[in-house]
Write a protein that binds this ligand. Structure first.
Ligand SMILES: Nc1ncnc2c1ncn2[C@@H]1O[C@H](COP(=O)(O)OP(=O)(O)OP(=O)(O)O)[C@@H](O)[C@H]1O
Ligand SMILES: [Mg+2]
Length: 360
C-alpha cells in the first residue's frame, strides 16, 4: 500500500472529519480539508497532494465538477468524486472531467481503499506512459537533428584538418585552428550521443556473452582514457569468469559501464578508488555495482539524474545517464543510483537478466 497524501474537499465539516479519520486509519496522509472550490485549488497548488477526494456537490460559486476540472488541468492531480446521490445530468457532466473513480456515500473502508489505490495506480501508469512517449519523440527528434548536423560537421572538420596542413605552422593561426578543431569534436561527440539516444537496440543484435569478459574488456578500454590516470578501478567479481552469460549488445554494455565509471571519476576526489563489483546472480538476474567515494547526489536531485540534459557538472551535457538507462532497458535490464550509506559517494546498480541466445 502507498502512503499517499490526500486532499479532502467537502463542505460538511462532520463528513470531512469522518473521511479524514478513515483515511488515516487506512494509513494515508491527509494533506488538508477544503470546504470550497477556491480553497481546494489554493491547497492543491500549495501542497501538491497525490490525490483529491472531491464532493460532487459543493456550496459556493464553484461546484465539485468545475473544481475537479481546474485541478486536473492545472496541476495534473487525479480526482475521485464523492457523491451521495446524483442526477443524470450531473453524472454526465462529471464523466466529461474523466475522474479516476466515484465513491458513493455512505461508503465503507474497503470501497474507499480500493478506489483510492486504483486511482493512484492508474494515474502512475498514465504518467509513465506519457513520459515514455515523450522520451520516444524526443529521442527521434534528437536523432533526426544529429543525423542532419553530422555531415556538415564532418565537412568542417575535414576543412580544418586541410587548413592545419597548409597553415598549421603559422603561430598566428594555430590557436584559432585548434579552437575550431576542439569545438567541432565536442559537437561531434554530442551528435553521437543524441543519435544513440534516439536509436533503439534491435533485439536481433543481442548476443549471449560472458559477463566477466565484457567487464574485463571495459576495464581495458577505461585504462586508455585520460580520466583513468587519477582513478584506479578495482574489479571485484563474485562469479567465475565463465559462469554467467547475459543477452546483450557488447559494445553498448561497455559504453554503459564506461559512462558510469566516467561519472564516478568526475564526481570523486583524485586518486580515490572506484569499485566495480559483479555480484552473484540471484533469481535469474545479475547485479553490477559501480561505487565511488565522491560527493554523492543531493536527495532532491536523485529523481532527475536519468532525465536527458540534466547535469550538475561543469562541462557536462547530461546525456551520460540517459544513454545508460536507454541501453540497459533495451537489453531487458534496469538501472538505479543511490547515495552510499554511510557516505561518501554513490553506487550505480545495473541489473541484467541472466542467460540468452547462443551466438549464431
Ligand atoms: N557518481 C556520481 N556522483 C555524484 N553525482 C553524480 C554521479 N553520477 C551522476 N551524477 C549526477 O548526475 C548528473 C547527470 O549525469 P550524466 O552522466 O547524465 O551527465 P553528466 O555527467 O553531467 O554529463 P555527460 O553527458 O557528459 O555524461 C551529473 O551531472 C551529476 O550531477
Ligand atoms: Mg556523465
Amino acid at each position: 500500500m502507498t502512503h499517499a497524501n490526500i486532499l479532502i474537499v467537502e463542505d460538511e465539516r462532520i463528513v470531512a472529519k469522518d473521511i479524514e479519520e478513515r483515511l488515516r486509519e487506512l494509513g494515508y496522509k491527509v494533506a488538508g480539508i477544503a470546504s470550497t472550490g477556491e480553497k481546494a485549488i489554493e491547497k492543491s497548488e500549495a501542497m501538491h497532494p497525490d490525490l483529491v477526494l472531491m464532493d460532487i456537490k459543493l456550496k459556493g460559486d464553484m461546484d465539485g465538477i468545475h473544481t475537479a476540472e481546474t485541478i486536473k488541468n492545472r496541476f495534473n492531480i487525479p480526482v475521485i468524486y464523492l457523491t451521495a446521490f446524483a442526477d443524470e445530468a450531473t453524472l454526465e457532466r462529471a464523466k466529461v472531467t474523466e475522474p479516476f473513480g466515484y465513491i458513493l456515500k455512505p461508503f465503507n473502508e474497503r470501497d474507499l481503499r480500493s478506489t483510492v489505490e486504483m486511482a493512484l495506480y492508474k494515474h502512475a501508469m498514465e504518467k509513465r506512459l506519457k513520459h515514455s512517449q515523450e522520451m520516444k519523440v524526443l529521442g527521434q527528434l534528437a536523432a533526426g537533428v544529429a543525423h542532419e548536423v553530422r555531415n556538415p560537421l564532418n565537412a568542417i572538420l575535414a576543412i580544418t584538418e586541410a587548413l592545419f596542413q597548409d597553415i598549421g605552422d603559422n603561430k598566428e593561426y594555430q590557436p584559432y585552428l585548434e579552437h575550431i578543431r576542439t569545438q567541432v569534436n565536442r559537437l561531434s561527440d554530442l551528435m553521437k550521443d543524441l543519435l544513440e539516444l534516439g536509436r533503439p537496440i534491435k533485439s536481433s543484435y543481442l548476443r549471449k556473452e560472458l559477463l566477466g569478459g565484457v567487464c574485463a574488456s571495459t576495464l581495458n578500454l577505461w585504462k586508455q582514457m585520460a580520466l583513468s590516470e587519477h582513478h584506479e578501478v578495482q574489479l571485484i567479481s563474485q562469479i567465475e569468469p565463465d559462469e554467467v552469460s547475459v543477452n546483450i549488445d557488447s559494445p553498448k554494455l561497455q559504453q554503459v559501464f564506461l559512462n558510469l565509471l566516467e561519472n564516478a571519476a568526475h564526481q570523486s576526489p583524485k586518486e580515490s578508488t572506484i569499485i566495480f563489483t559483479i555480484l552473484s546472480p540471484v533469481a535469474d538476474a545479475v547485479k553490477i555495482h559501480i561505487s565511488d567515494s565522491g560527493v554523492g547526489i543531493p536527495t532532491d536531485k536523485l529523481g532527475m539524474v536519468f532525465e536527458p540534459f540534466f547535469t550538475d557538472r561543469r562541462g557536462g551535457v547530461g546525456l551520460g545517464l540517459s544513454i545508460v538507462k536507454h541501453f540497459v532497458e533495451s537489453m531487458g535490464g534496469s538501472v538505479r543510483i543511490w547515495n552510499n550509506d554511510p557516505p561518501p559517494g554513490c553506487t550505480a546498480e545495473v541489473i541484467l537478466p541472466v542467460g540468452g541466445k547462443e551466438k549464431d
